[in-house]
Design a protein around this ligand. Structure first.
Ligand code: HEM
Length: 453
């Protein structure tokens, strides 16, 4: 077509490997620089992959929503599939749509409502442990570890009616191992199939087995009637295809449970950790937040009915996910040719969209590095393009757990800030670690102080 160019401009890479080394060295730094140097759409190569980096809201919307049928999940998902199977996060096309329709009702606001008590109950248990620690003269915690353990426990109870606290050390370390392993595989030039007995493959299988054993046993007990529960698993087991009356197979249940288990805990834990960090370094925001918590709760434990009144609390969480979006990168692969702006997209090209970069782009945000929850007031939110801010994705593959996550984070945050103040341990250097999700590097050691309510 006249006037069309094949590839947008972009950073130059080395022969064969492209920009692989630059990306590996400092991923978010590389992407931020690329977004500022090239307009809206840039192109680079990583090994044999043709990558299009989209930094214009309209283009992000095109891929995630308008022409979403032309885009499947990107290369990273091949590795996620190794342990999530054909769950919602990793499946495609008709199969995905069928599963999404079956699962969607379980995540409806009024179904999630019944989980509020578990969320606050587990938070109170965690804080009771903190209190014991403090009495014993130890007021330090790794907040990231605390949030991972808490959200794992909450997802365990709400999804499976199981208190995974006893085994959560094993589960947590196995999950942590798998996340790091998948990241290594995504960035490795050599990808040996799982049957090759390398130490990496053996480690992967061992960690996957720890999680599989726990989940498969729970599903088996449920199917055989040995156990029961009013939880997400029971809703998934009851869900029937409208036309055929068919229910999910044990294998499909395993994949969906594993997916929700993984997608539903680390993201939320990271968002909470970053929020607590930001609050600890912005006392004026903390003061406003505590004033709201006092007005709404007046010292009592928050509940479902409070969630719509905790407006500033919600804004704090939204602003925190702007600066530290847990799902910091979203990728797709074109399954057919397309056109974006002036450029042709060919089948197989990889689309990269980075909430971390777009959420901090001065083109779309005034003082982007400033933590300012007022940006998310109703009034100021009206000015914003929907696709400048997409911590939960967009289009039909929008996060199914959004309501769950927002309720959980509101309740946990209000509970903690009502009872504790916290600050980052002196001398600790806070840094991001962009793996599958955006983790704090080396955790988040914090010093706690109990407040008199
Ligand atoms: C702060 C917390 C969370 C964040 C930031 C988050 C973010 C996201 C994002 C960005 C996607 C879309 C990925 C893509 O388009 O490639 C997604 C999908 C998904 N999320 Fe979440 N999520 C969170 C919490 C949860 C929770 C609590 C659950 C479940 C209890 C959950 C379950 C899922 C599932 C199953 C999908 C796949 C949906 C589909 O493709 O149909 N997430 N999430």
């Amino acid at each position: 077509m006249p006037g069309k160019r094949l590839r947008p401009p972009g950073p130059k890479g080395a022969p064969i490997i492209g920009v692989a080394l630059k990306i590996a060295k400092d991923t978010t730094g590389f992407l931020t620089k690329t977004a500022s140097e090239f307009e809206d759409l840039s192109y680079f190569k990583v090994l044999n992959l043709n990558i299009y980096f989209l930094t214009k809201p309209e283009y992000v919307q095109h891929v995630l929503q308008v022409n979403n049928k032309n885009y499947h999940k990107g290369v990273k998902y091949k590795f996620l599939k190794m342990f999530l199977g054909k769950g919602l996060l990793t499946s495609e096309g008709e199969f995905w749509l069928h599963q999404r329709r079956l699962a969607q009702p379980a995540f409806h606001k009024h179904k999630i409502a019944s989980f509020a008590e578990t969320m606050t109950g587990d938070t109170s248990d965690m804080m009771a442990e903190w209190e014991k620690r403090i009495v014993n003269g130890n007021n330090e915690v790794d907040m990231h570890h605390e949030m991972m353990a808490l959200t794992l426990r909450i997802v365990g109870k709400t999804l499976l009616s199981k208190d995974l606290k006893m085994s959560s050390m094993d589960l947590e370390s196995s999950l942590g191992y798998l996340v790091q392993d998948i990241f290594r595989r995504v960035h490795s030039a050599i990808d040996l199939p799982l049957w090759v007995p390398t130490s990496q493959n053996l480690g992967f299988k061992k960690a996957r087995k720890v999680i599989d054993d726990v989940i498969n046993k729970i599903i088996e007990d449920r199917i055989s009637g040995t156990s029961s529960g009013e939880d997400l698993l029971s809703m998934l087991m009851e869900a029937e295809d409208e036309d055929t009356g068919e229910k999910m197979s044990a294998e499909q249940l395993r994949d969906e449970v594993m997916t929700i288990f993984v997608a539903g805990h680390e993201t939320t834990a990271n968002a909470l950790t970053w929020t607590l960090y930001l609050l600890s370094t912005h006392p004026e925001v903390m003061t406003t937040l505590r004033a709201e918590i006092k007005e709404v709760l007046n010292g009592r434990t928050p509940g479902l009915e409070d969630s719509r009144n905790l407006k500033y609390t919600t804004q704090v969480l939204e602003e925190s996910m702007r600066l530290y979006p847990p799902a910091w990168i979203i990728e797709r692969a074109a399954i057919g040719d397309d056109t974006i702006g002036d450029f042709e997209i060919n089948k197989g090209d990889q689309m990269m969209m980075c909430p971390y970069v777009m959420h901090r782009d001065p083109k779309y945000w005034k003082d982007p590095e400033t933590f300012d929850p007022d940006r998310f007031s109703e009034e100021r939110s009206k000015e914003r393009d929907r696709y400048c801010y997409f911590p939960f994705g967009g289009g039909p593959r929008y996060c199914i757990g959004t309501n769950f996550a927002m309720l959980e984070m509101q309740l946990v945050l209000a509970s903690i800030c009502q009872r504790y103040s916290f600050s980052v341990k002196e001398g600790f250097h806070v840094a991001i670690e962009p793996l599958v999700t955006l983790r704090p590097k080396n955790g988040m050691p914090m010093v706690l102080k109990k407040l008199s309510v």
